[in-house]
Design a protein around this ligand. Structure first.
Ligand SMILES: [Zn+2]
Length: 260
């Protein structure tokens, strides 16, 4: 059966949860028709692991950045290390960065400083930037105004203000398994998002979609996210698959053409 290959636009494949069976995970992804996985860096260590994985396996790319949870680690040395990593051919984006006022693992001021600096890095290196937004709508929307890099709003579930701010700068909206949860209530209906700005992701090992909820999430499950998005938009699965893969190649670049 010929079906369009899918791209998992956000997976923490370097996470220790995948250490016992990473090869098998990638094998299942291939069998499920997943062509490419964007491996996320949220700390310096995780960024280095993402690069190493992308170097070791075809069909993987890396992002490098400091997650808002770890924003207190932002420093001139961290900035310099990210600059080194951004020069590598495996790296396709800055991030994961952003604001998370739900957990507040790092002080909000530190989160804003690290986010601002990574937005600037993305603009300087002409790379997209992967953004995490949780319960920080007002500040996040304000900080997106005039951003000079292409923004990917990942595991998107923010409210209307962030949606509008994203639309104003041509951001991409990446949806995770959350859209398949029974209690998920979108502020903006999924049908309202522009087709050329849609991405799908697992955010593995977290947020496994229905019917895998509660399990470790892995790239093969991005098919269930695509099915949820197709259902919610009243679109054919093939068209969602093709669109989201085209969008991923447009935003993350030529390296996305390599396949698992
Ligand atoms: Zn993430």
């Amino acid at each position: 059966m010929l079906r369009p290959g899918l791209v998992d636009a956000h997976c923490h494949l370097g996470d220790a949860a995948f250490d016992p069976d990473r090869d098998a995970v990638l094998g299942r992804a291939r069998d499920a028709g997943i062509e490419h996985v964007v491996v996320i860096g949220g700390t310096l260590a995780e960024s280095e692991r993402a690069v190493a994985l992308a170097r070791a396996y075809p069909g993987l790319s890396a992002t490098v950045g400091i997650h808002p949870h770890d924003a207190r680690q932002w420093s001139a040395a961290a900035d310099a290390r990210l600059r080194d990593l951004l020069g590598l051919p495996e790296v396709v984006a800055v991030g994961e960065t952003g604001l998370d006022y739900h957990y507040d693992h790092s002080p909000r001021e530190a989160q804003r400083r690290a986010f601002e600096a990574q937005l600037a890095l993305a603009a300087e290196f002409r790379m997209p930037v992967v953004v995490h937004a949780r319960e920080a709508d007002e500040d996040l929307a304000a900080m997106l105004v005039g951003v000079a890099a292409t923004v990917v709003l990942h595991s998107f579930s923010a409210g209307g203000a962030v949606f509008e701010a994203g639309m104003a700068i041509g951001a991409y909206f990446s949806f995770s398994g959350m859209i398949t949860f029974k209690n998920w209530t979108p502020t903006v209906p999924l049908a309202a998002y522009p087709p050329n700005r849609l991405l799908i992701e697992t955010d593995g090992p977290y947020l496994a979609p229905v019917p895998y909820r509660g399990k470790r999430n892995e790239p093969a499950f991005v098919r269930a996210v695509a099915e949820g998005l197709a259902r919610a938009r009243g679109e054919a699965m093939d068209s969602i698959g093709q669109r989201t893969s085209e969008n991923a190649r447009r935003v993350f670049g030529a390296r996305l053409a390599t396949t698992l």
